[in-house]
Write a protein that binds this ligand. Structure first.
Ligand SMILES: Nc1ncnc2c1ncn2[C@@H]1O[C@H](COP(=O)(O)OP(=O)(O)O)[C@@H](O)[C@H]1O
Ligand SMILES: [Mg+2]
Length: 262
């Protein structure tokens, strides 16, 4: 079996618009190996979210056109996989964490109910065992008083705590890959760092690969083994994080590093 979890190979993708098209991805190539934490960094509009959505085939069918390239997720050619197959993978073998957890969490249901439900969708556990698993996942995310948090509604938690719940939820199905699209951008810097540390620790402990998207080079360099720098729909530079931040080659990467605080 190949040790590649996700490979995007030379993808050229456009969105047809009124009298023309937006070339959102220009021959993008990117790979994530088993257990790797890989960053995609670039300014707003550079194609990061389109890349993430494509990897899970979440772009609305018919809204985009692929001119060339291949996408392989967990050994499967997903550009030609059935929607049924994709649905089985999303949330089971691949999980996604978004910037605003309120969009992913159901505001009208208690945290514990939502978590045990998701766990039971993917694993044949009794209600009690699923509940125990949810509590221990919350504890791993260092949520104080995890048992108590189970009975809370999402809006009763702070932004940082909600994002920890989201991460716990993403790991609950023991996915092979987690795609996190600007998961900490809405949080203040100290909370961001705590959340990133927890994400990294849990990913390492479970051998889960992570595709981490951010506009912030400082955040990416804290977390990732390797980085891809995107600009205007193209990967303009990639490499080991340490090499890239100390010896960036492309002027745009140098600019991103200058923006990043130490
Ligand atoms: N559904 C769409 N229709 C047309 N253009 C789109 C669509 N989705 C994204 N784009 C364009 O694709 C480019 C990349 O967007 P995106 O991946 O969201 O950027 P970001 O790096 O900020 O996540 C942008 O120019 C955006 O306007
Ligand atoms: Mg985006």
């Amino acid at each position: 079996m190949s040790d590649s979890v996700l490979s995007i190979d030379d993808v050229h993708l456009s969105f047809p618009i009124f009298r023309g098209e937006v070339h959102a991805l220009n021959r993008v190539t990117l790979e994530i190996k088993r257990g790797e934490i890989v960053g995609v960094v670039g300014e707003s509009g550079s194609g990061k979210s389109v890349t993430a959505m494509l990897a899970m085939r979440l772009l609305p069918e018919g809204s985009y056109h692929i001119h060339s390239g291949r996408v392989n997720l967990l050994g499967e050619d997903i550009l030609n996989a059935s929607e049924k197959q994709m649905r089985q993978w999303r949330g089971a073998r691949v999980a996604m964490i978004f910037q605003e957890p309120m969009t992913a969490l159901n505001p009208t249901r208690r945290i514990g109910k939502q978590m045990t439900e998701v766990i039971r969708q993917h694993q044949s556990l009794s209600r009690d065992a699923a509940k125990q698993k949810a509590i221990s996942l919350l504890e791993e995310m260092q949520i104080p008083d995890a048992k108590e948090v189970m009975s809370r509604y999402p809006f009763e938690l702070s932004g940082g705590m909600r994002q920890r719940v989201m991460i716990a939820l993403a790991f609950s199905c023991e996915p092979e890959l987690i795609i996190a699209d600007e998961p900490t951008t809405a949080l203040d810097v100290t909370v961001q760092l705590q959340v990133l540390r927890l994400l990294k620790h849990k990913a390492r402990a479970s051998g889960t690969s992570v595709l981490f998207i951010s506009h912030d080079m400082a955040v990416v360099s804290q977390l990732c083994d390797r980085v891809y720098v995107m600009y205007a729909g193209s990967v303009i530079e990639s490499g080991e994080t340490q090499t890239l931040i100390h010896h960036p080659v492309h002027p745009y990467s140098i600019g991103l590093l200058k923006c990043a605080p130490e």
